[in-house]
Design a protein around this ligand. Structure first.
Ligand SMILES: NC(=O)c1ccc[n+]([C@@H]2O[C@H](COP(=O)([O-])OP(=O)(O)OC[C@H]3O[C@@H](n4cnc5c(N)ncnc54)[C@H](O)[C@@H]3O)[C@@H](O)[C@H]2O)c1
Ligand SMILES: O=c1ccn([C@@H]2O[C@H](COP(=O)(O)OP(=O)(O)O[C@H]3O[C@H](CO)[C@@H](O)[C@H](O)[C@H]3O)[C@@H](O)[C@H]2O)c(=O)[nH]1
Length: 436
């Protein structure tokens, strides 16, 4: 099948590449000329494990190409995916200008029955708005389908190729059949295609992300309780996670959720609720608590050193919002670095993939190091922000000989508290006893 993907960011690139892998001919379209030039030169602008193999194979096979020209790109496409940004607007609601702008452009360009798919995360009612925009100038029949994407960065290819489920929101049986044909190779492992109306599909995406963000926040709250009563959040996690009604995943306490999705989607759902005069109170608490949690370790630094941190040097391990990505959108590391810089602290940092992106943002206001030990050299303390595997089993003797004070502030609970005690390292983590 010939398909087009408009927007070649994270989701667009993964969607396009994976559908080429299942035998379709895919044209990816983006207005960013530099990005398209890179892609044409076989350079992937993001770091996503496993994407390169599929990308190279499908370009070689002639099934994947790139253009900045919408008219050329959609020629002959039976399905057009919209994988465009939906960032928070000033009031917190999802900004639909990218989606509706492209919908307007598409109307006069369609020359055969086409399925237009909202792949972006969009509020309830967007499929209707996209339909109305296209209809203003369309001369042919078309259907707008909501098909939210549930992939996680870092494991995006695996998530896309073996989805837990595929949600298709449509009231058109013709569009449903075309979508089922496209997804058939991905659901062979028995996971379902769930077909529903457009509005329910749109809300499903926000419900999933907000529920997961709430689950994490709940465990962060339990961690805060643990610290006050002398319990251990890792034990509580194991104790509750083995209840199959609760499940083991997304129960890891830490320094708050970040990334390009949870923060904006929780905010957008709260705003959507407000628009229909519903006070979705739990979401307001989740957002407020997550904001507090992000800088929790700065409070611990102040407990340890006193409120004036001026003149200290802190090594920061990890910048990406989570491992296996170079994405720094809403990364807790950035919030902490900003707060520490304001407090007059010098920062030395290392991240396996995200340093170039942070360099673009912060320039030489912080020092970028060649590895984790280089970052720790002559720093007073170590702050762990991302759970990259390389940080899990470091040479602690080396760390002890490089850090000025033997103190670690760990936002990801990487180390065993008993081991830290044996090593004589002062160790602050989340929801567990302080080791002194
Ligand atoms: N990143 C994720 O893990 C993820 C997962 C599921 C869903 N989503 C949702 O998918 C959507 C896209 O997210 P993303 O992270 O891929 O965004 P992104 O910012 O990485 O990419 C968006 C792309 O769209 C391009 N673009 C903007 N205007 C355009 C236009 N008029 N024509 C063509 N291209 C245009 C941009 O240049 C950019 O390359 C969002 O709604 C997001 O919430 C993201
Ligand atoms: O137990 C956990 C799990 C995650 N996180 C944090 O939560 C954030 C989001 O993590 P994750 O969900 O793994 O990453 P994303 O790539 O942002 O994926 C989420 O957002 C995507 C965009 O909407 C959805 O498609 C995915 O299903 C959804 O998991 C990160 O800051 C993690 O550190 C925790 O603090 N504790």
């Amino acid at each position: 099948m010939k398909i087009a993907v408009v927007g070649t960011g994270y989701v667009g690139l993964v969607t396009g590449t994976c559908f080429a892998e299942t035998g379709n001919h895919v044209t990816c379209i983006d207005i960013d000329e530099k990005k398209v030039e890179k892609l044409k030169n076989k350079i992937i602008p993001i770091y996503e494990p496993g994407l390169d193999v599929l990308f190279d194979r499908n370009i070689k096979q002639g099934r994947l190409d790139f253009t900045t020209n919408l008219k050329e790109g959609i020629k002959g496409a039976k399905i057009i995916f919209l994988a465009l940004p939906t960032p928070p607007g000033e009031d917190g609601s999802a900004d639909l200008s990218y989606i509706l702008g492209v919908a307007e452009d598409l109307g006069p360009l369609l020359d055969q029955y086409t399925v237009i798919v909202d792949k972006s995360t969009v509020p309830v009612g967007t499929a209707d708005k996209v339909t109305a925009k296209i209809a203003e100038n369309a001369k042919v029949e078309f259907s707008v389908v909501s098909n939210p994407e549930f992939l996680r960065e870092g494991v995006a290819v695996e998530d896309f190729m073996k989805p837990d489920r595929v949600v298709i929101g449509t009231s058109s049986t013709k569009a449903q059949k075309i979508m089922e044909e496209l997804y058939a190779p991905l659901v062979r492992q028995g996971n379902p295609i769930i077909t529903m109306d457009e509005k329910s599909a749109e809300l499903t995406k926000y419900a999933a992300n907000s529920f997961l963000a709430t689950k994490i926040t709940f465990m962060n709250e339990i961690a805060n309780m643990c610290e006050l009563v002398g319990a251990d959040v890792d034990m509580v996690r194991k104790g509750v996670g083995t209840d199959s009604r609760i499940g083991k995943r997304f129960l890891f306490a830490g320094i708050g959720y970040g990334g390009s999705c949870f923060p904006k989607d929780v905010q957008a759902l709260a705003k959507s609720a407000k628009e229909v005069n519903y006070n979705f109170e739990i979401l307001n608490a989740v957002m407020a608590k997550n904001k507090e949690q992000k800088t929790k370790l700065i409070d611990r630094l102040k407990d340890h050193y006193g409120s004036d941190l001026k003149g200290k040097t802190v090594a920061v391990w990890g910048l990406a919002f989570k491992p296996y990505t170079d994405d720094i959108r809403e990364a807790p590391a950035l919030v902490n670095i900003k707060a520490l810089l304001e407090a007059g602290v010098k920062i030395k940092t290392y991240d396996p993939e995200a340093m170039d992106n942070v360099k673009e943002l912060l320039g030489d206001s912080i020092t970028f190091c060649k590895d984790e030990y280089d970052a720790a050299e002559d720093a007073d303390a170590l702050l762990i922000m991302t759970e990259w595997p390389v940080f899990r089993t470091p040479d602690f003797d080396k760390i002890k000989s490089t850090l000025k004070d033997n103190v670690i502030f760990d936002g990801r609970n990487l180390y065993n508290t008993e081991t830290m005690a044996e090593l004589g390292i002062t160790y602050y983590s989340i929801g567990r006893a302080i080791v002194k």
